[in-house]
Design a protein around this ligand. Structure first.
Ligand SMILES: C[S@@+](CC[C@H](N)C(=O)[O-])C[C@H]1O[C@@H](n2cnc3c(N)ncnc32)[C@H](O)[C@@H]1O
Length: 205
């Protein structure tokens, strides 16, 4: 039981299994007293709420980074496109309004700092060590490699790097998140804590 979890959490649009969400919450709870947490890929705020609730309990802050224009698979004509999140005026995806509504309804406005921007642009002048980084942004190889290179080095010692959508078998899903998971394991910088469903967890040495 997670204190403060909205009763309608299952209604929030998103791509996170229950056991993965619980693991995110638990690791953020264990680490976030030491520093802020950052997620790349917030979408409508489902993972943000689990991480944010943990940060609230420890007095920490969650940076929720997303340009809110959707990943490749969210664009018109793609499998995960949601017409309710399409801004007709701009002709672009826009999940920010829904995100903001969900974070406010969960009472997390004073814990979650939205960074409505591209991952690489945001990382350019980033200096703050992070207790936990959750990578769930673009799933092309280029996007995943950029996220890993931009953010993994900011995880402080003893902190957590979490990567979503790991599929060892290409028939089950895209391989880019798995590729950066393998990079992290081979880097010698992280201890492998194993997987919870498709969520990979590593601890910075
Ligand atoms: C799979 S969704 C995130 C799902 C979310 N974590 C959840 O719990 O439901 C991926 C998100 O990454 C964002 N994204 C993709 N590439 C990005 C980039 N380069 N910079 C910032 N956000 C990006 C998309 O806008 C999209 O909302």
């Amino acid at each position: 039981m997670i204190p403060g979890l909205p009763h309608d959490i299952d209604q929030i649009k998103g791509f996170l299994a229950e056991d993965e969400a619980a693991a995110l919450y638990q690791h953020a709870l264990e680490t976030s007293a030491r520093g802020p947490v950052l997620e790349i890929g917030s979408y409508c705020g489902k993972s943000t709420i689990y991480l944010g609730l943990a940060c609230r309990d420890t007095g920490s802050t969650l940076f929720a980074l997303d340009h809110h224009r959707g990943s490749e698979e969210h664009q018109q004509g793609e499998f995960f496109h949601d017409p309710e999140l399409f801004d007709q005026g701009a002709g672009l995806m826009d999940s920010f309004r829904e995100f903001r509504r969900n974070i406010s309804a969960a009472g997390l406005d004073d814990v979650v700092v939205p960074l409505v921007s591209d991952s690489e642009t945001t990382a350019r002048h980033w200096r703050t060590p992070l207790a936990m980084v959750f990578i769930d942004g673009g799933h092309s190889l280029d996007a995943a490699l950029t996220d890993y290179r931009c953010w993994a080095s900011h995880v402080l010692r003893g902190g957590i790097l979490a990567i979503h959508d790991l599929f060892a078998d290409a028939h089950e899903g895209g391989q880019a998140p798995y590729a950066i998971y393998r990079l992290a394991k081979a880097s010698g910088l992280f201890a492998d804590l194993g997987q919870v469903s498709s969520l990979g967890l590593l601890r910075r040495l």
